[in-house]
Design a protein around this ligand. Structure first.
Ligand code: SF4
Length: 84
């Protein structure tokens, strides 16, 4: 009998940071996302929701600042942090 071992790694939260000029901006999805999709609906260029919400790579945080702040406000479980 052959035994196959499979490892599945789940990324529980995503972190994205971007250097822009002299300041560093970060959007962090903290643990507790309920996958409601509100952030992706509010800021589709920034967030995507698969199993949980993730911040897309190479997103322009400065350009999307207003929508990110709106997503932070609208998240029903308040797990999004935007550090300017
Ligand atoms: S709005 Fe909040 S709870 Fe809903 S998918 Fe985005 S991070 Fe998760």
């Amino acid at each position: 009998m052959r035994i196959n071992v499979m490892m599945i790694v789940y990324v529980r939260y995503s972190k994205m940071s971007l250097l822009q000029g002299d300041c560093m901006k970060k959007v962090i999805i903290n643990p507790g996302c309920i996958s409601c999709g509100t952030c992706a609906f509010t800021a589709p260029e920034v967030f995507e929701v698969t199993d949980i919400s993730h911040v897309k790579e190479a997103v322009d945080l400065e350009k999307n600042k207003a929508r990110i702040k709106e997503a932070v406000r609208k998240c029903p479980v308040q797990v999004i942090t935007f550090e300017e």
